[in-house]
Design a binder for this molecule. Structure first.
Ligand SMILES: *Cc1c(COP(=O)(O)O)cnc(C)c1O
Length: 228
């Protein structure tokens, strides 16, 4: 592997493109342990995984690196909530009131207060879960009753195949929703973060106000997808 195409080099390139206030989460669901160690050696500490079982194995293999911050980005089934609360520092994929309440109850039992983001779907997308804006506004008063889970952001995944303009529109609509929710002044819901932007669209997401980008293939693989 030559240096200009190393994981360290690709991480550096991305970091140069984003303000220091934006958190880069390295999505390692497709990465090997060796690749994750390479990213770690280059200073990367935030890693995102989509599956519980794979994360159990990776956490065991990387147990000598105790300061990794683990992010869950994949859909969470209710029978795995306890494991998820034990294993992850941040849950990006809270996609229903029921799941939110379950995470909260288990966090209370375990004496934990995980950071969590509400996953929203600003455009209809049958492949993705999450709240529409209207659905979220209805559920907010109940979400606000959660005591242990720290709800402080929105997460969004852009549907495949959007144009640049459509992506800008989508990311801006998530930021607008963040402002709208914050204006409601709920005691337990203070949305400081926007988790949006992946390998092919993180520059647009950051320009629209994203504070956390989730980048996988651009760090760990060579092939790049192209925005239409
Ligand atoms: C896989 C995944 C990513 C990373 O996608 P890339 O295109 O590889 O950067 C980000 N967010 C979620 C929710 C994912 O599932």
């Amino acid at each position: 592997m030559n240096d200009s195409n190393s994981i360290a080099q690709r991480l550096a390139t991305i970091r140069e493109e984003i303000p220091p206030t934006v958190k880069l989460v390295a999505i390692s669901k497709g990465a090997t342990i060796e690749q994750m160690r390479e990213a770690y050696a280059a200073g990367q500490r935030d890693f995102g995984e989509s599956r519980i079982q794979a994360t159990i194995e990776k956490q065991a293999a990387l147990a000598d690196l105790p300061d990794i911050c683990w992010h869950l980005i994949g859909q969470l089934q209710s029978n795995k909530v306890r494991k998820a609360v034990q294993m992850f520092d941040v849950i990006h994929s809270v996609d229903s009131l029921k799941l939110c309440q379950q995470i909260d109850r288990i966090a209370g039992e375990l004496g934990k207060s995980p950071q969590a983001f509400l996953q929203v779907k600003m455009l209809p997308d049958p492949q993705k879960s999450g709240w529409s804006e209207a659905e979220l506004l209805i559920d907010l008063p109940e979400i606000n009753k959660c005591e242990f889970v720290k709800i402080d952001g929105l997460m969004s995944i852009a549907p495949l195949g959007l144009s640049k303009q459509e992506l800008v529109c989508l990311f801006t609509s998530v930021r607008d929703l963040q402002n709208k929710v914050n204006k409601c002044n709920f005691l337990s819901i203070n949305l400081k973060h926007l988790s949006m932007g992946m390998s092919q669209d993180y520059q647009l997401a950051v320009a629209a106000g994203s504070s956390i980008i989730r980048v996988g293939s651009k760090i760990f693989a060579y092939q790049e997808k192209i925005i239409k």
